[in-house]
Design a protein around this ligand. Sequence first.
Ligand SMILES: *[C@@H]1O[C@H](CO)[C@@H](O)[C@H](O)[C@H]1NC(C)=O
Ligand SMILES: *[C@@H]1O[C@H](CO)[C@@H](O)[C@H](O)[C@H]1NC(C)=O
Ligand SMILES: *[C@@H]1O[C@H](CO)[C@@H](O)[C@H](O)[C@H]1NC(C)=O
Ligand SMILES: *[C@@H]1O[C@H](CO)[C@@H](O)[C@H](O)[C@H]1NC(C)=O
Ligand SMILES: *[C@@H]1O[C@H](CO)[C@@H](O)[C@H](O)[C@H]1NC(C)=O
Ligand SMILES: *[C@@H]1O[C@H](CO)[C@@H](O)[C@H](O)[C@H]1NC(C)=O
Ligand SMILES: [Fe+2]
Length: 448
Amino acid sequence: MILTAAIILFSFLEIVNSQALWYQPEQVHLSFGDNVSEVVVTWSTINDTKESIVEYGIGGMILRAKGTSTLFVDGGPNQHSQYIHRVTLPNLTPFSRYVYHCGSNFGWSPEFWFRSLSSDEDWSPQLAIYGDMGNENAQSLARLQEETQRGLYDAILHVGDFAYDMDTDNGAVGDAFMRQIESIASYVPYMTCPGNHEERYNFSNYRERFSMPGGSESIMYSFDIGPLHIISISTEVYYFMYYGIKSLVFQYEWLEEDLIKANLPENREKRPWIVVIGHRPMYCSTTDRDDCTHYETITRVGIPFLHVFGLEKLLYDYGVDVEIWAHEHAYERLWPIYDYQVYNGSYEEPYTNPGAPVHFTTGSAGCKEGRDDFNITRPPWSAYQSRDYGYTRLKAYNKTHLYFEQISDDKQGAVIDSFWIIKDSHGPYKYSEINWGKMDGLRLKSFV
Ligand SMILES: *[C@@H]1O[C@H](CO)[C@@H](O)[C@H](O)[C@H]1NC(C)=O
Ligand SMILES: *[C@@H]1O[C@H](CO)[C@@H](O)[C@H](O)[C@H]1NC(C)=O
Ligand SMILES: *[C@@H]1O[C@H](CO)[C@@H](O)[C@H](O)[C@H]1NC(C)=O
Ligand SMILES: *[C@@H]1O[C@H](CO)[C@@H](O)[C@H](O)[C@H]1NC(C)=O
Ligand SMILES: *[C@@H]1O[C@H](CO)[C@@H](O)[C@H](O)[C@H]1NC(C)=O
Ligand SMILES: *[C@@H]1O[C@H](CO)[C@@H](O)[C@H](O)[C@H]1NC(C)=O
Ligand SMILES: [Fe+2]
């Protein structure tokens, strides 16, 4: 009798116990909402907690925000499932330290904190930027964690290729990776774009796990931070065409609209720096035979033979200032370039009033595929090359000055490269061919 009761009690406790474990929030990460004064908290639980709540505090006041969850089923044979919760924290008081935890009455995450930002343009954001960081050999992660928690960054840009790969082992590698980056992504917004390693099951691990603004399931979006207008795109729509070219065309049109809006005088005046991030570069001098080693990179000139939807001309025409890529497991900075021509501002100061966008590739955060090699002959457009594991820092001082530096993790955090981009004015380049009629149309619309 007593034994039976004990067994029943024991099994009951075991159920309660195991369920409590499955309601526990994990993989907590942040992103920006509709503007940088809003933060979205995203996390996972194995079982349905019915509620998705963030409790967050500032100066003794405790606020509560509620959101929703969606069931995400990985495409692998095990159909591994989890609930992904999203809660938006609106109207944050700028430049304040918020403490928060997330979860539900079934269980809460540990406490984390973040510093809220201002959606005004007159401050100087500092970002960490890198691509190609894996679950194994994420060499830069410890340093990034230390610097993030010291308050060095206002946001992080991860320029594609996560985990290697998030879908591996029925999504277990994705779960492990999201737990690993929690040590940075739960403290600062972790902004992303998709890479080739996200391709499995129609990019679903990427689309479901991240919560970028803009309603495109994190595939393409833009946001303003300080004097920067940052546009994140998918270069993968140029390489995985098994669903046709619809998504490529859709993105190209979205991108042009976004560039038109960013160039309206009242917008470009406030956020003069237009920065584009995307995974695969147009140019590279590595030896891995990736598309960027070819003369006619598809993202650069458009789809083969027809040469339509090429990005290089579009971004040049609308006066994009900086183009940041990854995919090559190395760091490579270019002189200002358009169609293989270098357009230095001057020989002495190539990046002061450059005559074309400045590209660089920063895909060396660390992953199990190791590093890429450079061709022994360096092309004339390649300004600096490094195979060190590491990442890039950007400080956007103001409307005229941007500062970049490359950190080597192999060299204990040493700055191995740095450069300023200085512009007295922003806008189309000398040979830009902009459809001003279209711009006027949009300006009219936005004034109605
Ligand atoms: C930020 O976006 C939210 C939601 O669209 C809006 O309510 C709010 O006014 C915006 N804040 C600023 C400062 O633009
Ligand atoms: C909790 O999740 C597991 C794994 O997906 C599932 O097998 C189980 O049925 C769920 N339990 C409840 C109560 O929903
Ligand atoms: C793939 O995902 C996109 C969303 O990014 C969706 O529009 C499309 O219908 C999906 N395609 C298939 C075949 O599931
Ligand atoms: C190195 O670059 C030269 C052109 O400068 C090219 O002909 C050669 O194929 C490249 N080598 C490799 C291994 O990519
Ligand atoms: C651009 O400037 C750099 C640095 O001064 C120089 O090495 C390079 O030759 C210049 N390129 C051209 C085409 O002027
Ligand atoms: C912009 O920042 C740079 C670097 O700190 C500084 O030299 C320059 O004076 C600043 N310009 C303005 C207008 O504040
Ligand atoms: Fe890649």
